[in-house]
Design a protein around this ligand. Structure first.
Ligand code: ADP
Ligand code: MG
Length: 622
């Protein structure tokens, strides 16, 4: 067999180029990425060897060696991990498995290509080697195989593969440094990089002992070689936690916050859970294929088990769980059906909620950053996790009529502190978009009474808020449905009886409207909601919001259409004109225009817009 040449997958070349150009100012990270891969490879071998100890062969040690050759201008990183076979070298170093990468790359504008945060969303990985090297040679022997291969590339679209002389088990990466990158040919620099970025790695990272300023044949450890989560909290710095976060999450950005805990008693485990600052670019598709939470059993990496260990609504969490109780040979199937794992899962969910609560309380701005990034995911918890319903409720944030700005968000607790003495319900409005919510006529009377209303304007809201029937003993109330009364408006008795008088006086108008509108409406009644608009449409408490009905119908679903109730504001001149109108045809026009206007404000499309325009023209001309 001789040397074969392969083309990189198109995406690889694009990512490689982006990484090299955008991350030059962070070029040190190449070492962190390569050490991270070496550590993963050692983890994998240890796991595979649980079933097949022979994989260790004559090399039982798992470790990572870093050395350099100043005259050849090379840097070499060698691990005794699981290694890669021929096909693995082709697949792992020549393709990018993540779906959506191409679309994401194509969506990037040129200016964004220099944005390290965006590039970081890929997880930088192996290709970071090309930031500092113009040629990279990877020689690897898969554990259990006696063939070794060398992969070589200059990062310009292709790579070669050739059989290698029998190499030790694992992988050895030789970086031929670019012109001007001599700073990495220095023992002191390399040591401090390892300590800064890779101290948390649980395997020994060794470098040659320096004698008279020259590397000798003896090796020594340069990191602590104890997995970070096994170390006492007090001894771990924030920088260490952030460095470890990057290793477990493959994220280039920092974590927003984290929680590190050792639990002893019925269950024994250590967890280190992180909330990222930014969602990865393919986060939306992760509900199905979740990753990011690594399961260890007694320090041995077992698998990525986010799906088994955390509910879907916490899928943004990254980190590790190290259990002392689970068996080392635990399989995915066992994880799916074990009560022990269920308990672990609820313990972890509580930890995450604790962490979010603490962040919300102590660092509200940080919490808002979290909410803006992952709030819509957390909301799914209302449907998914009934045990923690109230706790999730506490973590929700809403726009409201109080702040009046889309970005100024409040909590339910904030809302409660501002409730009127007579007010009993937490009022909210769902709408299709921010403007529809903010300008809804449904809010008029509530605003006039100084009663705050939560403005829920995201698609998911109508569906999720239904799961939270009450919070802190107070009923959540959709103010676009049913009749509003004292409970919602916080009205006094006096105000209430005044309203009743108004309703009595309007009985005549209501009858006339009913006749004119026929079966377009379920009922006509005097509104408690309006102060400025002439009329609005209202559903019964159990009907689906009108904008949701439209959405589902547009998506081809069969939705029972509920007939709305027309609520009127008898004080409005339009209604007074209607009452005084003696011409029957014109009165019908007025009734219909009133109804159609209410449909329009609510965001609906009219059945017959031409007829509407004709009616309006007739009225204007008369
Ligand atoms: P990631 O680590 O996020 O999977 P990388 O680009 O860092 O992505 O690495 C790509 C893949 O190459 C890894 O998933 C792994 O399968 C393989 N790989 C890289 N370095 C090594 C190594 N030292 N030993 C074994 N496999 C490796
Ligand atoms: Mg990697």
């Amino acid at each position: 067999m001789s040397t074969e040449t392969f083309q990189f997958q198109a995406e690889v070349q694009q990512v490689l180029q982006l990484v090299v150009h955008s991350l030059y100012s962070n070029k040190n990270i190449f070492l962190r990425e390569l050490v991270s891969n070496a550590s993963d490879a050692c983890d994998k071998l240890r796991f595979e060897a649980l079933k097949n100890p022979e994989l260790y062969g004559d090399q039982p040690e798992l470790r990572i060696d870093l050395s350099f050759d100043a005259s050849a201008r090379t840097l070499t990183l060698t691990d005794t991990g699981v290694g890669m076979g021929r096909q693995e070298l082709i697949d792992n170093l020549g393709t990018i498995a993540r779906s959506g990468t191409r679309q994401f790359l194509e969506s990037l504008a040129d200016a964004q290509k220099a944005d390290t945060q965006l590039i970081g969303q890929f997880g930088v990985g192996f290709y970071a080697a090309f930031i500092v090297a113009d040629r990279v040679a990877v020689t690897s022997r898969r554990a259990g195989s006696d063939e070794a291969f060398t992969w070589t590339s200059t990062g310009d679209g292709q790579f070669t593969l050739e059989p290698a002389a029998l190499a030790p088990r694992g992988t050895s990466i030789v970086l031929h440094l670019k012109e001007g990158e001599d700073e990495f040919l220095d023992a002191w620099t390399l040591r401090s990089l390892v300590r800064t970025y890779s101290d948390h790695i649980g395997f020994p990272i060794r470098m040659p002992v320096e004698k008279d300023g020259k590397p000798s044949d003896a090796w020594e450890n340069v990191n602590q070689a104890a997995a970070l989560w096994t170390r006492p909290k007090a001894e771990v710095s924030d920088e260490d936690y952030q460095a470890f976060y990057k290793h477990v999450s493959h994220d280039f950005n920092d974590a927003l916050c984290w929680s590190h805990n050792r639990v002893e008693g019925n269950q024994n485990f250590t967890s280190l859970l992180y909330v990222p600052e930014k969602a990865p670019f393919d986060f939306g598709s992760e509900r199905e294929q979740r990753k990011g939470l690594k399961l260890y059993v007694k320090r041995v990496f077992i698998m990525d088990a986010a799906e088994q260990m955390l509910p879907a609504y916490l899928r943004f969490v990254r980190g590790v769980v190290d259990s002392d109780d689970l068996p080392l040979n635990v399989s995915r199937e066992i994880l799916q059906s074990s009560r022990q794992v269920d308990k672990l899962k609820s313990a972890l969910s509580r930890r995450v909620l604790d962490l979010l609560e603490k962040t919300a309380r102590d660092e509200p701005e940080k919490y808002l950053a979290f909410w803006n990034e992952f709030g819509n995911v957390l909301k799914e918890g209302l449907a998914e996790d009934s045990t923690n319903l109230q706790r999730i409720g506490k973590l929700l944030r809403f726009a409201s009529t109080h702040a009046g700005e889309r970005e100024k968000l409040i909590s339910l607790d904030d809302y409660i502190t501002r409730m009127k003495p007579e007010q009993q319900t937490i009022n909210y409005l769902t709408a299709d978009g921010w403007n529809a919510a903010r300008n809804s006529p449904q809010l008029e009377a509530l605003k006039a009474h100084g009663v705050e209303v939560l403005l829920l304007h995201e698609r998911i809201d109508e569906w999720m808020i239904g799961y939270l029937a009450e919070y802190e003993g107070k009923k959540l109330r959709n103010i676009a449905k049913g009749e509003l009364g004292a409970a919602e408006l916080g009205e006094t008795l006096e105000e209430k009886s005044k309203q009743e008088d108004v309703a009595k006086a309007a009985e005549g108008v209501i009858e006339k409207l009913k006749t004119a509108l026929g079966d377009r409406v379920d009922q006509v009644r005097v509104s408690q909601r309006l102060t400025e608009s002439p009329a609005c449409l209202v559903l019964s408490e159990y009907d689906m919001a009108l904008h949701m009905q439209r959405l589902l119908k547009a998506a081809g679903h069969d939705v029972p259409s509920a007939k709305p109730t027309l609520e009127i504001n008898p004080a409005h001149p339009l209604l007074q004109r209607f009452e005084a109108e003696t011409d029957l045809a014109r009165r019908d026009d007025l009734a219909l225009v009133l109804f159609e206007q209410a449909q329009l404000t609510e965001g609906a499309q009219l059945d017959d817009p031409v007829a509407f325009v004709r009616r309006v023209s007739r009225l204007l001309a008369s």
